[in-house]
Write a new protein. Structure first.
Lengths: 465, 243
C-alpha cells in the first residue's frame, strides 16, 4: 500500500541514483580490468606464436612436416597448432584442410577464422595465426586458439553479474527502507498540519530535541512560527470581538432611540431631539472607526521614510499648552520637568499625538486639585518621556491588556473618547521601535515612553562654525 | 437677482449674487442630500455624476467653487482637479473622500485641491468649508484687524475692545486672529484644529470648545453684547449681531 509512495520519497530516489552511479563505476572498473587483461593475454599469445613460428622455421625444410606433426599431435588441449602446406596449398602436416583464404604470408600473427579437423568433423574458430613462406614455395602456419580469451571474457562477465546485480539490489532495498522511515515521519507531520488547518492552533509538529536531524530542525522552526501565528491569531480574534462589541453598543442604542422616537414622539420638536441624539450616536461610531483606521494607518511601515531628528522638550511644552485650558477647568496643574537638548529620530507629528493621548488620559483620570507631570530625562537607552498623574492608574495585571485596542480601565467611565488612546500610542511606539512602560509613581501612576537616542551629528555638522 | 446672470466679477456684487457650485459625486443619495442642503443655504448647485460630465461643465460654465469626490467612475476625482488646474480654470476646489489617511489628504491638496473633507462629514461642516472657500480670509495690508468694537494689533500683539485692554496668551492671540480674519463666518472645530494648531488628528476631548470658552470670557466681558457665538452643531462665529 505504501510501496508507490516509498518509490516517490526523496530518500528512495537518492539511494536509487546512488546505486546506479556505483553500478556504473563497477561496470567501468570491470571493463578496464577486462581490456587490460585481454590486452596482456593477446600480446602473450602474439609472442608465443612468433616464437613458435621462428623455432619451427629453423628446422630443415624436408623434416618440417614431420616435426610439426610430432609437436602438436601430443597437445591434448589443441590450443596451439601448426600446419605445413606445399606450394599449391595442399596440407603436408597438421589438422587443417587448407590455408585460410585471406591470410597474408608475412610471418606476423593475425586474427582470423580457421577450420580444423576434429573427431566430430570440421570446426571453425577464431585464432591468432602466422603464415611464414618456406623456401621452395611452401607455407608454415602456426596458430593459437582464442578460446582462452573467450573464457576470460565469460569469467569477467560472470563476476560482474554476481557482484553488481545483488549489490545494486541491496542498495535499492536500503533506499526503500530509509524512504519508508522518512515517509512515516512525513505522514506524521502531515497529520499534524491537517489538524492545525482544522483549527487546532495549539497542535505542534513532532520534532525530536535530541539527535535532531534536518527534518527535526525544520519542524522546530515551523513550530516557532506556529507559536507566533497562534499568538497573533488569538490577539486579532480578541480585537475583532472588541470591535464588534464597541460598534454594537452605540448602534443598539441608536436603534432603540429611533424606534422609541418613531413610536412616542408627540411632535416635531420631540422627534428632532431624537434625531439629534441619534446623530450623536452615529458620530461616536464614526469616531471609533476613524480611530481604528488611524491605527492601521500609523502601523504602515512606509511612514518611517519621513523620520527625522526631533527635539523632545518642545513637544512637551506644546502638548501642555494645548491641554492647559482643559486642565484648568478641572483645576489640574500641568507641570513640566524637561531636561534640555534631548533628541530622538522619528515622526514629530506622531510623537506629538502619542504624548497628547497620554496627557488626555492623565487629565481624564486625575482627581481635581492634583498635578499632571510631564517629564523628560536622559535614560540608560535614550531619552525617556513620562506622563504622571495622581489618579488610580491601571492595575498591574491589566497593563498589557490596556495596550490592546478598545481597552478602558473602567468601562463604565467611558464618556468622551473612543477608548483607543493607548492603542494609538502603542501603535506609534511600535512604528518607532520605542518602548512603553507603566509604573506606580507612589503616589499616582506614570506612563513612560522610552525613546531611542538620536545618533551623534555627523562630522560635517560639528566641525563647521 | 439681476446680477446673477452677469459673469462673475470681483467686488461687492459677488457677495450678492447666488454662488454657483459644481458638485461631483457619483453616489446619487449623497449627492441629493448635499444638493438639497446647500440649496437651502442659498447656493445654486449643479450635480455631475462622473468625471467626464464634471470636466465638460467646468470648461463651459463658470463656477464659484467645485466640490469633488475623490473616487469617481471613469475619470478619477484627482484627475478632474489636475485637469482643471492645468487648463487654468481658476476656481477653488473642495475634495471629498472616504480615504482618511494623511497621505491621501496631502495628495488631494497637492493635486490642486484647496481643502479636504473626510467622509462621513456633517452637512454643517461641508457648508462651513464651502463658505470659507468662497470668502477667502481677509488679507489686509493694515496691521490692525477690526470687527465691530474689537481691535487686534498684529504688530503690538495686543487686543482691545472699546479701549478695554484684553490680555491674551500667544495661542489665544492666534485663535482670535483666525476668527477676526473670517468675520461673520462659521468656523468648525476641525478647521480650527487644522489651521490654528496644525493638528493632523482628532483629539479625544473637546479641546477646541475649552479654548474658545477661555477666549470668549476675555473678549465678551459681563454686560457686553457677545461677539463670539457658538453655532449649534457646526462650530463658532465671530461677529456683531449673532449668527
Amino acid at each position: 500500500m505504501l510501496t508507490r509512495e516509498i518509490f516517490s520519497t526523496g530518500t528512495f530516489r537518492f539511494s536509487a541514483i546512488a546505486s546506479a552511479l556505483s553500478g556504473l563505476t563497477t561496470l567501468l572498473l570491470f571493463a578496464f580490468i577486462y581490456v587490460d587483461t585481454a590486452g596482456f593475454e593477446t600480446s602473450r599469445l602474439v609472442r608465443l606464436v612468433q616464437n613458435e613460428s621462428a623455432t619451427l622455421a629453423e628446422a630443415p625444410a624436408a623434416d618440417l612436416p614431420r616435426v610439426v606433426q610430432q609437436r602438436y599431435a601430443a597437445d591434448l588441449h589443441r590450443a596451439t597448432f601448426g600446419a605445413v602446406f606445399d606450394r599449391d596449398g595442399r596440407p603436408l602436416a597438421g589438422d587443417m584442410p587448407g590455408l585460410p583464404p585471406d591470410l597474408r604470408r608475412d610471418g606476423k600473427p593475425h586474427w582470423t577464422e580457421v577450420a580444423r579437423r576434429t573427431e566430430a568433423g570440421l570446426a571453425r574458430e577464431q585464432a591468432l595465426v602466422s603464415a611464414r613462406p618456406l623456401p621452395g614455395g611452401g607455407t608454415l602456419l602456426v596458430g593459437r586458439s582464442a578460446a582462452e580469451l573467450e573464457i576470460l571474457r565469460a569469467q569477467v562477465l560472470r563476476a560482474l553479474g554476481l557482484g553488481l546485480i545483488p549489490g545494486m539490489a541491496l542498495a535499492m532495498l536500503a533506499g526503500a527502507l530509509l524512504g519508508r522511515r522518512t515517509l512515516a515521519r512525513i505522514s506524521a507531520l502531515n497529520a499534524s498540519i491537517a489538524r492545525i488547518m482544522d483549527g487546532h492552533l495549539e497542535e505542534r509538529l513532532p520534532a525530536r530535541a535530541t539527535s535532531a536531524d534536518a527534518l527535526d530542525r525544520l519542524a522546530a522552526s515551523v513550530n516557532r512560527m506556529l507559536d507566533e501565528l497562534e499568538r497573533l491569531v488569538r490577539e486579532i480574534g480578541g480585537v475583532g470581538d472588541d470591535i464588534a462589541h464597541d460598534l454594537r453598543t452605540p448602534l443598539t442604542r441608536l436603534r432603540a432611540r429611533l424606534e422609541g422616537g418613531l413610536r412616542r414622539s408627540p411632535d416635531r420638536a420631540a422627534l428632532a431631539a431624537v434625531v439629534e441624539a441619534a446623530i450623536g450616536d452615529l458620530d461616536q461610531t464614526f469616531q471609533t472607526i476613524t480611530a481604528l483606521l488611524r491605527i492601521g494607518e500609523i502601523s504602515s511601515a512606509q511612514r518611517r521614510a519621513g523620520f527625522a531628528r526631533v527635539e523632545l522638550a518642545p513637544i512637551l511644552r506644546e502638548v501642555a499648552d494645548l491641554y492647559q485650558p482643559i486642565a484648568e477647568q478641572k483645576e489640574i496643574a500641568i507641570v513640566i520637568e524637561a531636561a534640555p537638548a534631548l533628541e530622538t529620530v522619528g515622526d514629530r507629528d506622531l510623537l506629538f499625538e502619542a504624548v497628547a493621548n497620554l496627557v488626555d488620559n492623565a487629565i481624564k483620570f486625575a482627581p481635581a486639585n492634583s498635578a499632571v507631570r510631564l517629564a523628560l530625562r536622559r535614560g540608560e537607552a535614550g531619552p525617556v518621556l513620562s506622563v504622571t498623574d495622581a489618579g488610580p492608574g491601571i492595575p498591574p495585571e491589566e497593563r498589557e491588556a490596556a495596550l490592546r485596542r478598545f481597552y478602558q480601565a473602567d468601562r463604565s467611565r467611558r464618556g468622551q473618547g473612543h477608548g483607543l488612546g493607548l492603542s494609538i500610542v502603542s501603535a506609534i511606539l511600535r512604528l518607532h521601535g520605542f518602548r512603553l512602560a507603566m509604573r506606580d509613581a507612589e503616589p499616582g501612576f506614570s506612563v513612560e515612553i522610552v525613546c531611542a537616542e538620536a545618533p551623534p551629528i555627523s562630522g560635517t555638522d560639528s566641525n563647521g562654525s | 437677482m439681476l446680477l446673477a446672470t452677469l459673469p462673475t466679477q470681483a467686488g461687492p456684487e459677488a457677495a450678492m449674487r447666488q454662488a454657483q457650485l459644481l458638485l461631483v459625486e457619483d453616489e446619487a443619495a449623497i449627492a441629493e442630500e448635499i444638493r438639497a442642503d446647500l440649496d437651502s443655504r442659498g447656493y445654486a448647485v449643479t450635480c455631475a455624476p462622473d468625471g467626464h460630465t464634471a470636466l465638460d461643465l467646468a470648461r463651459t460654465r463658470r463656477f464659484d467653487a467645485l466640490i469633488v469626490d475623490r473616487m469617481l467612475p471613469g475619470v478619477d476625482g484627482l484627475t478632474v482637479i489636475t485637469t482643471v488646474r492645468e487648463e487654468n480654470i481658476a476656481v477653488p476646489v473642495l475634495v471629498l473622500s472616504a480615504l482618511n489617511a494623511v497621505d491621501e489628504k496631502v495628495r488631494g491638496l497637492k493635486a490642486g485641491g484647496d481643502d479636504y473633507l473626510t467622509k462621513p462629514f456633517a452637512l454643517d461642516e461641508l457648508a462651513a468649508r464651502v463658505e470659507a472657500l468662497l470668502r477667502r480670509p481677509v488679507e489686509t495690508r493694515e496691521t490692525v484687524l477690526r470687527v465691530g468694537p474689537l481691535e487686534l494689533d498684529l504688530i503690538e500683539r495686543s487686543a482691545n475692545r472699546d479701549g478695554r485692554e484684553i490680555e491674551l496668551l500667544p495661542r489665544e492671540f492666534k485663535l482670535l486672529e483666525y476668527l477676526m480674519r473670517r468675520p461673520n463666518q462659521v468656523v468648525t472645530r476641525a478647521m480650527l484644529l487644522e489651521d490654528v494648531w496644525h493638528y493632523r488628528f482628532v483629539p479625544q476631548t473637546n479641546l477646541v470648545d475649552v479654548h474658545i470658552g477661555k477666549l470668549r470670557r476675555k473678549v465678551d466681558a459681563a454686560g457686553e453684547p457677545p461677539l463670539i457665538h457658538s453655532v449649534r452643531g457646526a462650530g463658532f462665529l465671530l461677529g456683531e449681531g449673532g449668527g
